[in-house]
Design a protein around this ligand. Structure first.
Ligand code: HPA
Length: 284
């Protein structure tokens, strides 16, 4: 393996997927921790375990099953990634974001990313959904940007614009769908940290001060790579827990609780994602 993911590695993965499915997806969907059930509603899917795809970074985290589910959902041809990979698992940033490169190679033009996060905004409650308006890519700002390394000009520019990383029309549609379904949607800034340790109180205070509304360990690198290639992005975060610098005494955090609390938001998340897919044409 060379130091950076190569065009050939991306092509091999995309070719493999194309051969394994009759569908030609135009929308990619990445499901975060505990959010897998959305893919279970896809009719007659083609399912590919990610471990069988050449060069794919295989997820090692409980709650991340690791497969592609490809099929039709609300009139759209979708490719759903159940079980993303994280930087903290030991993969490099460009390997973590290979699935986005492969989606681009498959012709996908819109990506919906979901995740579980901790709520930094004191108004947020566990179970809330937050439409991501912007992100803070702390590892990226400190040198671990997924675009570090050779740039393929045929995909995107060396210095890609990031003024509107999360598509305004898709965000507006998500809010419309939420309003019409009676679902309260938050909107805010997702602070990306590498993890895997949860944040100290001082770190949480810093993230709040920097403008973060929710904190999590995924998504931002994927979005940078998608935007580099000109793909439109909708980001939705499920607030699984409070991530406040001064929690009530005795409150600690573990992964099982995060998964369990995240479940509360799942029915709402499914309603919003399905509604957005159904009305995607309104944003084109
Ligand atoms: N911090 C970081 N990542 C997370 C959290 C958190 O509190 N909850 C879910 N993912």
């Amino acid at each position: 393996m060379s130091q950076f993911v190569t065009t050939n590695e991306i092509k091999a993965a995309a070719d493999y997927i194309r051969e394994r499915t009759k569908y030609r997806p135009s929308v990619g969907l990445i499901l975060g921790s505990g959010l897998n059930s959305l893919a279970d509603t896809i009719d007659t899917p083609d399912i590919i375990p990610t471990g069988e795809i050449p060069n794919w970074p295989v997820s090692t985290v409980p709650g991340h099953v690791g497969r592609l589910v490809i099929g039709e959902l609300e009139g759209q041809s979708v490719l759903v990634l159940q079980g993303r990979t994280h930087f903290y698992e030991g993969y490099s940033m460009d390997r973590v974001t290979l699935p986005i490169r492969v989606m681009v190679a498959l012709g996908i033009q819109t990506i919906i990313v979901t995740n579980a996060s901790g709520g930094l905004n004191p108004a947020f409650q566990p179970g809330d959904l937050m439409i991501i308006r912007d992100h803070l890519n702390f590892p990226g700002m400190a040198g671990n940007n997924p675009l570090r390394g050779p740039n393929d000009e045929s995909i995107g520019p060396r210095f890609p614009d990031m003024t509107a990383p999360y598509d305004p029309a898709l965000r507006a549609l998500a809010h419309k769908v939420g309003d019409e379904a009676g679902i309260q949607l938050r909107e805010g800034v997702y602070a990306y940290v590498a993890g895997p340790s949860f944040e100290t109180p001082a770190e949480l205070r810093f993230l709040q001060f920097a403008g973060g509304d929710a904190v999590g360990m995924s998504t931002a690198p994927e979005v940078v790579v998608a935007r580099h290639a000109g793909v439109r992005v909708l980001g939705i975060s499920t607030v699984a827990n409070l991530a406040l610098p001064d929690p009530p005494p005795g409150l600690t955090l573990n992964h099982e609780e995060v998964l369990e609390m995240g479940q509360r938001a799942v029915p709402h998340l499914i309603t919003v994602v399905r509604g957005v897919l159904r009305r995607l044409d309104e944003t084109l």
